[in-house]
Design a protein around this ligand. Structure first.
Ligand code: BES
Ligand code: ZN
Ligand code: ZN
Length: 489
């Protein structure tokens, strides 16, 4: 990864900002476009050349459309980038974040961008900055001739400077999460993930302690040990902590850190295994969120836990029918070794419960079933607490990350009854995401508000869209940061 572009606030009129491309917006109306605010001012400075060109090109200002026009001498910018925002009544901060993300990808060849589009929708400066920064992300670590973004400076016309700083912090955290997801599993082993968490903690300012396999065993994390036993790369349990100076509230985050999920002896087929380096997307979101939280310094204590392991088949691998004992003493009969996420999260949730936080949120690429239900762009939200559900829905909406509230039907709980142990790790195929969530619920204290975010679909983008680039999306970083800040006193 190369560094993020620098974002600065400037006070000049849009027409006097010296940049390679000035981004203005246009709404669609009556089958055509309307320029307002900065866009209208630029058009006037160019004696209507801009609107003439847009009209001649058939530009209709559909959401995310972009037309680049070279600018004449009467404006300081080299070119004007007109971003379509769709109809005015639908253009909110989320839409602008998405449009800005698409625009950034089209402008990566330029070094300085001027930005005025946010002036059309009040309070959208933060979202536009975030969209631009997220849209320029590229993972190029393994290209011999990397095509990196050339954008170095983003100049914002008159907006709130602190909101822009926050966008930089949250975007950088999301870049980190994407980098972790995009890194091949051969290099991002559990040990390497732990090392990255430690380094991030040193830079951002949170504590990080890592248990090796001996400490994991001594602490009774039988789920994590069991999943790890088929791999030659040993597991790690990563513990992070941030505390604001006068914090009285305490919450906990948990992220699934399966650095590669082959399925184990219940081996996946080739097509389903292709993207399984993504199976630590929950861990990436939690580590990314911790970096932003530590930099934003909300007044709250945040504990974060990542059980990290590979899931591999071998002569030492866990077998279908084996029984594991989790932290806290509950036992699970493993009938499908590919349902490994819940086995390692069980230990982490039981351990998080022991710390007596007010709320626990776990993030996991847990089930293919959630992708069947919600597709590839939405996160499934399960919770035992209505207030927490509301908080997370609000946080995700503000973040522009689509979440959908999913049910925890008690009637399905009996599918997890086992003949030989307290639980088995799979039920029937139907409602698989709910059944997985019901399994997790067994390990959370009854008096603790808990939510589970199934990001199996949203953690990876199959192609560029909106503020996302193909590959790891860093989904849930933004929502977690919003939620933690909202909880702080
Ligand atoms: N890591 C997978 C879930 C997954 C699937 C994530 C596709 C991202 C994309 C998880 O460990 C898994 O394999 N779950 C099984 C559970 C089943 C065996 C009960 C699944 O969903 O098929
Ligand atoms: Zn699996
Ligand atoms: Zn998995």
């Amino acid at each position: 990864m190369s560094g993020l572009p620098q974002v600065a606030v400037v006070t000049e009129e849009p027409s006097s900002i010296a940049c390679d491309a000035l981004i203005v917006g246009a709404f669609s109306e009556g089958g055509s476009f309307v320029l307002e605010g900065p866009g209208a001012a630029i058009d006037e400075a160019l004696s209507n050349d801009l609107s003439d060109y847009l009209r001649a090109s058939g530009f209709k200002a559909g959401a995310g459309d972009l037309l680049l026009v070279s600018a004449g001498d009467s404006v300081a910018a080299e070119a004007v980038a007109v971003v379509g925002l769709g109809p005015r009544d639908k253009a909110d901060a989320t839409l602008l974040r998405r449009a800005a993300g698409s625009a950034a990808r089209r402008l990566v060849e330029r070094s300085t961008l001027g930005v005025a589009v946010h002036q059309l929708v009040s309070g959208s400066g933060y979202a536009v900055a975030e969209g631009l920064l997220l849209g320029t992300y590229r993972f190029t670590g393994y290209k011999s001739e990397p095509k990196t973004s050339k954008i170095q400076h983003i100049l914002f016309t008159g907006d709130d400077g602190s909101a822009i700083d926050r966008a930089g912090i949250v975007a950088e955290a999301t870049w980190l999460a994407r980098d972790l997801v995009n890194e091949p599993a051969s290099t991002l082993t559990p040990e390497a993930l732990a090392q990255r968490a430690k380094e991030s903690g040193e830079v951002a300012g949170f504590e990080c302690t890592v248990w090796d396999e001996t400490e994991i065993e001594a602490n009774g994390f039988g789920g994590l040990l069991g999943v790890a036993q088929g791999s030659s790369n040993p597991p790690r349990f990563i513990q992070m902590r941030y505390a604001g100076s006068n914090a009285t509230k305490k919450i906990a985050l948990v992220g699934k850190g399966v650095t590669f999920d082959s399925g184990g002896l219940s081996l996946k087929d080739a097509a389903n295994m292709e993207t399984m380096k993504t199976d630590m997307g929950g861990a990436a979101a939690v580590i990314g969120a911790m970096t932003a939280i530590a930099r934003l310094k909300p007044n709250i204590e945040v504990l974060a836990y990542v059980p990290a392991t590979e899931n591999m088949p071998s002569g030492t691998a866990i077998r279908p029918g084996d029984v594991l004992e989790h932290r806290g003493g509950k036992t699970t009969e493993v009938l499908n070794t590919d349902a490994e996420g819940r086995l390692i999260l069980a230990d982490a949730l039981a351990y998080a419960t022991e710390q007596e936080p007010e709320a626990i949120v776990d993030v996991a690429t847990l089930t293919g079933s959630i992708m069947v239900a919600l597709g590839k762009k939405a996160t499934g939200l399960f919770s035992n607490d209505d207030a927490l559900t509301g908080e997370l829905q609000q946080a995700s909406e503000a973040a522009g990350e689509p979440f959908w509230h999913m049910p925890l039907y008690d009637a399905y709980r009996k599918e997890l009854d086992s003949e030989v142990a307290d639980l088995k790790n799979v039920g029937s195929r139907w409602g698989g995401a709910t059944i997985a969530a019901l399994f997790l619920r067994e390990f959370v204290g009854e008096d603790i508000a808990w939510a589970h975010l199934d990001i199996a679909g949203a953690a990876r983008a199959e192609s560029d869209y909106d503020e996302n680039t193909k590959g790891g999306t860093g989904v849930a970083v933004r929502t977690l940061v919003n939620w933690v800040e909202g909880r702080a006193g």
